[in-house]
Design a protein around this ligand. Structure first.
Ligand code: UD1
Ligand code: UDP
Length: 353
C-alpha cells in the first residue's frame, strides 16, 4: 500500500520519526514523505531529519511562514498536486498544526482516505488555532489514532468512536526509544555553558507570544524563581524578545536544540515550565514535575498529584507552583505501552478501502 505522510512543524518530525521507522519495517508499505516547509530553519527542521534518521522528504513545498490563511492556502495547493500525482491509498497526518489541516482537507476533497495520529485532543478553547485544526481533521478522517483514553472519550462525544483506535502516544514510544541512546553516552547530548541546577522552560504559543502582557508576566515570575532558567528560544519568541530588547541574567536563552539534547535537558532539569504540548508529556514520561504556562491542557492525565500544574501566565501561580514539593505519588502510565507506532501500522495495513 502507498501512504503519503504529511509533516511540516517540529513536533511532527519527532512523531513521524517513530512512525516512519516502524512503517518502513513492512515491505508492503511504500511511504512518501511530504514536508510542507512550515518550519524551515535548520534547528527547527533539518536537525531532526539528521539526528532521528528520518528519510529525506520526497517533497518539500517550502511554504514558509505567513498568516494562517496564506500558509494553509499555499499548503493546500501544493499538497493537492502531489496527492494527484502519487495517488496514495491513504494520507497520514499528525497532531494539530496548519500542515495537519491542509493535509486533511486536500486529501478528503480528493476522496483519499485520511488517518490522523494524535486524534481526539481537545482544549475546548476555540481561540487556539490548533483546536480548530484538530476538530476539522478528526471530523473528516477515516481512521483516528487516539493517544489516551481521554481522547477516546472526546471522540465518542463527537460520534467518532467507530473509526477510533486507542494506540497510546507515539511520543512515549519515542522517549523510550531515544532515552536508551542518551543514557549510553549522555555527554554527547549535553549543552555546554548551562548551569548545573536549572529549570527548563519553553514558550511559543500564540496566547503567550502574541500577548506582550502574558510574556512579561511570565518573565516577571521567572525573575523571582530560586533557580536559573534554561530557555531554548522558538524563533517566534526570539522575535518578540529582541523587539523589546529583553535581557535577564537569570535566564539562559539558547537557540532551539535537537531532540536528543532536549530530552537530556529535561532529564537533568529540576522542573519544566512550558506552554508546549509535547514538552508537558515528555516531562511526565521522564519523571519531572511540570508547570504549564497556559490556562488549560489537553493532556489532563499529567495533572494528577501535581505532576503538572496549570499556572497560566500569572506570576504568583507560577512561583507557587515551582515552590511546591515534589509529587509524592509515582506517575501513572496513561500513554500506552511504547508500541503505539506498531498499532498504527497494523491498523493502516488492515484498513479496508
Ligand atoms: C506551529 C503550530 C503549533 C506548534 C508549533 C510547534 C500552527 C497553527 N501552529 O506554531 O501548533 O505547537 O508549530 O513548534 O500550525 N519561524 C521561523 N523559522 C521557522 C519557523 C517559524 O523563524 O523555521 C517564525 C516565523 O516568524 C513564523 C513564526 O515563527 O511566523 C511562527 O511559525 P508558525 O509555523 O506559523 O507557527 P508556530 O508558532 O511555530
Ligand atoms: N523540542 C526540541 N528542541 C527544542 C524545543 C523543543 O527538540 O529546542 C522538542 C520537544 O522535546 C518536543 C517537541 O519539540 O518533542 C515539542 O515541540 P513544540 O514545543 O515546538 O510543539 P508542541 O508540542 O507544543 O506542538
Amino acid at each position: 500500500m502507498k501512504i503519503v505522510s504529511i509533516v511540516g512543524a517540529r513536533p511532527q518530525f519527532i512523531k513521524a520519526a517513530t512512525v516512519t521507522r516502524i512503517l518502513r519495517t513492512d515491505s508492503d508499505i511504500q511511504e512518501i514523505l511530504l514536508h510542507t516547509g512550515q518550519h524551515y530553519d535548520k534547528n527547527m527542521s533539518g536537525i531532526f531529519f539528521e539526528e532521528l534518521n528520518i528519510p529525506e522528504p520526497d517533497y518539500n513545498l517550502e511554504v514558509g511562514s505567513g498568516s494562517h490563511a496564506q500558509q494553509t492556502g499555499l499548503m493546500l495547493q501544493g499538497i493537492e498536486e502531489i496527492l494527484l500525482k502519487e495517488k496514495p491509498d491513504i494520507t497520514l497526518v499528525y497532531g494539530d498544526t496548519n500542515s495537519t489541516l491542509a493535509g486533511s482537507l486536500a486529501s478528503t476533497k480528493l476522496h483519499i482516505p485520511l488517518a490522523h495520529v494524535e486524534a481526539g485532543l481537545r482544549s475546548f478553547n476555540r481561540k487556539m488555532p490548533e483546536e480548530i485544526n484538530r476538530i476539522v481533521t478528526d471530523s473528516i478522517s477515516d481512521l483516528l489514532f487516539a493517544p489516551t483514553y481521554t481522547a477516546i472519550e472526546n471522540l465518542k462525544k463527537e460520534g467518532l468512536e467507530k473509526i477510533t483506535t486507542f494506540t497510546g502516544d507515539v511520543m512515549y514510544d519515542s522517549v523510550l526509544h531515544f532515552q536508551t541512546k542518551i543514557l549510553l553516552d549522555p555527554g554527547l547530548y549535553t549543552i555546554q555553558g548551562i548551569p548545573q541546577k536549572y529549570l527548563l522552560a519553553t514558550i511559543h504559543r500564540a496566547e503567550n507570544t502574541d500577548n506582550p502582557e502574558n510574556l512579561k508576566n511570565i518573565f516577571a515570575a521567572f525573575s523571582k524563581l530560586p533557580y536559573e532558567i534554561v530557555l531554548p528560544l522558538h524563533p517566534r519568541t526570539r522575535k518578540f524578545i529582541e523587539s523589546i530588547n529583553f535581557t535577564d541574567h537569570h535566564i539562559h536563552f539558547i537557540d532551539p536544540v535537537g531532540y536528543l539534547p532536549m530530552l537530556n535537558l529535561i532529564m537533568n532539569s529540576e522542573k519544566v515550565l512550558t506552554d508546549s504540548g509535547g514538552l508537558q508529556k515528555e516531562a511526565y514520561f521522564l519523571n519531572k514535575p511540570c508547570i504549564t504556562l497556559r490556562t488549560e491542557t489537553e493532556w489532563v492525565e499529567t495533572l494528577h498529584d501535581d505532576w503538572n500544574i496549570i499556572a497560566g501566565s500569572d506570576p504568583e501561580q507560577i512561583v507557587n507552583a515551582v515552590n511546591r514539593p515534589l509529587p509524592a505519588a509515582p506517575r501513572k502510565n496513561a500513554f500506552g505501552d511504547g508500541h503505539a507506532a506498531e498499532i498504527i501500522r497494523e491498523k493502516l495495513v488492515g484498513f479496508s478501502f
